[in-house]
Design a protein around this ligand. Structure first.
Ligand SMILES: *Cc1c(COP(=O)(O)O)cnc(C)c1O
Length: 350
């Protein structure tokens, strides 16, 4: 279930990892200018101009890129294209959609919707990525699973993985591996090069979180042209709407604006990590635009309610690996200050 989107006046919304800063003024202008009589026309079916721009940005070719109606659509397409629904033998690799647990909650949903078999494998201590040797020793990892998703940086822990660790996994792995880099702009490293180096590896990116564009639904996958080709064959003809294409293209014209926002969000994140730590929270080091933090005093679920009563919405997941934590999206500096004030007040009330 996605995080809620309630309409409450004055609510500070730190529950769905949206960017607190608006799109660049030039992006809003480009979208507005695209709202004219061309709304009656179909958009470019493959978002060709956007693919070419992304290819230039990532120093690859447009054949290495496919655009989706949000990266969620592409993850769903990958499951439908590469995993076979299971009827009898549920243990076979060709039916398996594999992912580390905990990670993005959508993966098992996509597997089940397609009739494939969700195959979660626990992350290591402190939400670390196990080495290929320990995966082999553990015996649970399926090196030939039809589709494997790795959220990097991890959600909901915020833990970043190094390109070195990911490359080691890519080298040992045999099935299709999709590195889901939804939060990578807030991280120290990215693994885009691995998708262009290994023919069985793809990288998923989105304009939603880092580029303040959730509303428009634009994401992309990069990888070997044969994989991209297979996905094009299962793609809806006009999967990415015209305004989304225009907004994403304009976004790429304003990257310095967004990079400034990444730095602001990372600075707020680091300040909040320290300040919450001083108030008794155990905060995991994050390389994303959210924190996973274990609150002091009473249970995380109670904190969720107490913060909500003060019009601050954060996220709490019920499952055992993270139920003692709150996941807190990094908002503006002002929102961080308001959060800290609310936390102090709750602690004072006891
Ligand atoms: C938000 C998110 C996505 C999906 O992003 P959209 O492009 O908005 O569909 C994919 N993966 C992870 C891990 C996310 O957190």
């Amino acid at each position: 279930m996605p995080g809620e989107q309630p309409r409450i006046a004055g609510l500070i919304k730190l529950n769905t990892n949206e960017n607190p800063y608006p799109p660049a003024p030039g992006v809003l202008k480009a979208v507005r200018e695209a709202v004219d009589s061309r709304l009656r026309l179909y958009p470019n079916p493959t978002a060709q101009a956007l693919r070419e721009r992304l290819a230039r940005l990532h120093r690859c070719s447009a054949e290495n890129v496919i655009i989706g109606n949000g990266s969620d659509e592409l993850l769903a397409m990958a499951v439908r294209t590469f995993a076979e629904p299971a009827t009898g033998s549920k243990g076979a690799s060709r039916h398996r959609v594999q992912y580390f647990h905990p990670s993005y909650s959508l993966y098992p949903v996509l597997a089940e919707a397609h009739g494939a078999v969700p195959h979660p494998v626990p992350l290591g201590k402190g939400f670390s990525i196990p080495t290929p040797t320990s995966l082999r020793r553990g015996g649970m990892w399926d090196f030939r699973a039809a589709v494997t998703f790795v959220t990097t940086p991890n959600a909901p822990s915020g833990r970043g993985f190094t390109t070195r660790e990911l490359n080691a996994l890519c080298k040992a792995h045999r099935g299709l591996l999709i590195l889901d880099e939804a939060y990578v702009d807030f991280a120290r490293e990215n693994a885009a090069a691995l998708a262009l180096r290994h023919p069985h590896v793809m990288v998923a990116r989105t304009f939603s979180k880092a580029y303040s564009l959730c509303f428009q639904r634009v994401g992309y996958l990069m990888g070997h042209p044969e994989l991209i080709d297979a996905l094009h064959r299962t793609r809806d003809s006009y999967n990415v709407n015209g305004l989304g294409q225009a907004a994403a293209l304009a976004t790429l014209d304003h990257l310095p604006y967004y990079r400034k926002n990444f730095r602001r969000i990372c600075a707020t994140r680091d300040r909040l990590t320290l300040a919450l730590g001083r108030l008794g929270f155990k905060v995991l080091p994050s390389q994303a635009n959210f924190l996973l933090a274990e609150p002091p005093g009473f249970e995380a679920e109670i904190w969720l309610e107490r913060l909500r009563a003060r019009k601050i919405l954060v996220r709490w997941f019920r499952y055992p690996e993270v139920r003692q934590y709150l996941r807190i999206t990094i908002g503006t500096e002002g929102e961080a200050t308001a959060l800290l004030k609310a936390v102090r007040a709750i602690l004072a009330e006891g």
